[in-house]
Design a protein around this ligand. Sequence first.
Ligand code: ZN
Length: 162
Amino acid sequence: MSYKIGQGFDAHQLIVSSKPFLLGGVSIDCNFTVEGHSDGDALIHSIVDAILGALNESDIGHHFPSSNPKYKNFSSSEFLLFTKDLLNKKKYSICNIDATIILQKPSISKYRDKIKNNLSKLLEIPVDQVSIKATTTDRLGFIGRGEGIAVLSNILIVEEKA
Ligand code: ZN
């Protein structure tokens, strides 16, 4: 069986706003949000890049250029569904995803199950194949100062049996 591994990274600036702050398609309750061209869902963006990397299909900026006005305020869930379709067309399925959200505050622990459930629903994989971890930078750097968020994702995919 042919396995492939993929890695994704995304970072965004956080700004004070009443616009929803989305992670994995789940709205996080706080008084700031992400500065981004689409809806700025850094978790979904990093997972999309991990899938594209595993498929050797370039990156999210190639498929959804921020220069295209079509993607302004675009739902990142749509990016994920497009990428899932590409994965299925190439006859691969997801073994597991492991993502780390790096954010000083708020704590996302109470949202973890909701995020896992939403991603498992969008990707049509069992929830126990989606791991979401969270950490801070101990107040160091731009993330520690609350100026931004970063997310790292890894994925393993396997070629479906003919
Ligand atoms: Zn992004």
